[in-house]
Design a protein around this ligand. Structure first.
Ligand code: T3D
Length: 260
């Protein structure tokens, strides 16, 4: 029986997904893409999980589409593969009502870079890199890269990386704001989990609505976004956790948020 292409570890309210095909630099096969989508779908509905860490086993984060699998006779045409497997996965990550911290432990290439960009926050190991390898195999950047990358780092640098397929080092990624910080490789997963644990101390509904507001802001006018904030703040303000936050402030104690 083939081994599972990913591992899911639970530590209190933090789930860690480890892409686990290190011999192929965690390249994305159909079973890995399906397992990832199933895992994000499961975690979305799990009230015990409030934040997710995504990382890779071995020396790479993810080398993108498994190019050997692409040569198999039963591979879907590219447009179908993207509609059926990649886009639902990226949508599930962007819509997950919990923050995703990407622990970028090595190269994030092709659709591996897409996975990294779909995380809400990225922390990178010193020797990590981003590589829009698509051009090297005669393809265009997909799985959200052409939309997310210009918004994250600006159109000019995004065009350079997409057209040249030259690697972006972790240090340069930090300078561009693509990663929140760069840490020694040995500390990466612990740092990412520590950040996730700090996030889960927040009110879950407010975290989910914050993620939603930030997502909607990409495409909205300023006026539309002001209204979105009003609507979503109305929902956050109606939660028991908001009342708890106010009580904790008045009573000078840490809040105990329950997600209600
Ligand atoms: O369905 C669709 O096709 C549509 C979706 C497309 C989205 C995409 O992701 S297109 C882009 C696909 N990815 C790439 O083009 C990256 C290919 N890999 C590389 O360019 C290099 O491996 C890296 C720059 C990432 C790392 O280089 P290096 O020198 O550190 O490692 P390596 O020796 O090249 O790779 C180590 C092993 O991983 C090697 O296997 P071996 O020879 O030891 O048995 C290599 O074949 C394997 N590997 C690396 N990337 C992939 C891969 N195997 C399958 N698919 C890969 N993408």
């Amino acid at each position: 029986m083939p081994s599972a292409p990913l591992r899911l570890e639970r530590d209190d309210a933090v789930a860690t997904i480890v892409l686990d095909r290190p011999d192929a630099l965690n390249a994305l096969t159909v079973p890995l893409k399906e397992a990832l989508l199933a895992t994000f779908t499961e975690l979305a509905d799990d009230p015990g999980i409030r934040a997710v860490v995504l990382t890779g086993a071995g020396r790479a984060f993810c080398a993108g589409q498994d190019l050997r699998e692409r040569l198999q006779r039963d591979a879907l045409p590219l447009d179908d593969e993207i509609r059926v497997r990649y886009n639902p996965l990226i949508r599930a990550m962007r819509a997950l009502p919990k923050p995703i911290v990407g622990a970028i432990n090595g190269v994030a290439a092709g659709a591996g870079a897409s996975l990294a960009l779909a995380c809400d926050i990225r922390i990178a190991a010193e020797d990590a890199s981003f590589l829009l390898a698509f051009a090297r195999v005669g393809l265009i950047p997909d799985s959200g890269v052409t939309w997310l990358l210009p918004r994250l780092i600006g159109a000019a640098k995004a065009a350079e990386l997409a057209l040249s397929a030259e690697p972006l080092t972790a240090i340069d990624a930090e300078r561009l704001g693509l990663v929140a910080r760069v840490v020694p490789a040995a500390d990466l997963v612990a740092e990412a989990k520590a950040l996730a644990r700090r996030l889960v101390a927040g009110a879950p509904v407010a975290l989910a609505l914050t993620k939603q507001a930030l997502e909607q802001a990409w495409a909205a006018s300023f006026e539309e976004q002001l209204e979105t904030e009003a609507v979503l703040q109305g929902r956050a303000g109606a939660t028991a956790d908001h009342a708890e936050g106010l009580a904790a402030f008045i009573e000078r104690r840490p809040p105990r948020f329950t997600g209600r």
